[in-house]
Design a protein around this ligand. Structure first.
Ligand SMILES: [Zn+2]
Length: 270
């Protein structure tokens, strides 16, 4: 029967739309860099395990074609040169970007996992970027007084309305191709979020402060300053299920042992 057009095949051909869905352009592989965005060095007098060792406060760069997302913005540039007793910063984000030839104006999006100051420090270096932030966190940042641990001046251009902001109430497909998604995971703060990056080598979830450390995950503990215990628990279950289903690598951003899950800068994971 080869070469013969049957009636049903003919009907199928005739009812096909003149312009089928355009094939997606061959997508360039995503790239994910781990940037050094500072660390917190506390002494051993504080109660939580995560405060007994230097705690990294990393941020991350995602490249999708010619567009970039900065995920979290680390500690403030004011900590440069050991200017702060416990918060340390060796290199700025913009300095690291220049090493891989990325200009600040190429950062299309700055995604903030939550409003604490160790995640927003250098955001204002990218005032042309659209800020992606949980709506609950944005609302909290606008309150007087702001929540404990938040530093509204870090994101002043977006609070002033001079820079574009997207207040997220649900998961958000950053580039519109389903490969990079902000996942709403409230509990640490009202609008806390994580980031799913579907790299060619496998998905990665940057979990923000959903868990601080492996100890936190093993003991199922959380800081007493989390804004909701119940929401934290639900968000943790959600991300654990998702990671299991997708076989994703979860990176706890403050866990020193998770740092090496991504290659050392300037190498990128793909
Ligand atoms: Zn943090």
């Amino acid at each position: 029967m080869r070469g013969k057009l049957t009636a049903s095949m003919l009907a199928m051909v005739l009812t096909m739309p003149a312009f089928a869905q355009p094939a997606p352009p061959t997508a360039t592989p995503l790239k994910l860099w781990r940037l050094d965005c500072g660390r917190i060095e506390e002494n051993g007098a504080r109660p939580w395990a995560w405060q007994r060792v230097p705690t990294p406060t990393p941020c991350y760069l995602v490249q999708n074609g010619d567009r970039y997302l900065l995920w979290d913005a680390g500690t403030s540039r004011r900590a440069l040169g050991n200017a702060h007793p416990t918060i340390k910063l060796d290199r700025t984000v913009t300095d690291q970007l220049s090493q891989i030839r990325v200009r600040p104006e190429q950062i299309a999006f700055v995604g903030i996992s939550h409003y604490h100051g160790d995640h927003t420090g250098q955001a204002a270096q990218f005032p042309k970027a659209k800020l992606l932030i949980g709506a609950g966190d944005l609302e909290a940042l606008k309150r007087t007084p702001p929540p404990v641990g938040a530093a509204p001046p870090h994101i002043q251009p977006w609070l002033d309305g001079t820079a574009p902001v997207e207040a997220l109430r649900e998961d958000h497909d950053v580039f519109g191709d389903g490969r990079v998604t902000v996942l709403m995971t409230p509990g640490h703060t009202p609008g806390h979020s994580a980031l799913l990056v579907k790299l060619a080598r496998g998905p990665v979830i940057l979990a923000g402060d959903l868990w601080f450390t492996h100890d936190d995950a093993l003991r199922d503990t959380m800081p007493d300053f989390n804004t909701s215990r119940a929401e934290t628990t639900a968000s943790r279950q959600r991300i654990a299920r998702m990671a299991d289903k997708l076989d994703a690598v979860i990176i706890l951003q403050h866990e020193p042992n998770d740092v090496a899950k991504l290659p050392a800068f300037p190498e990128a994971a793909q």
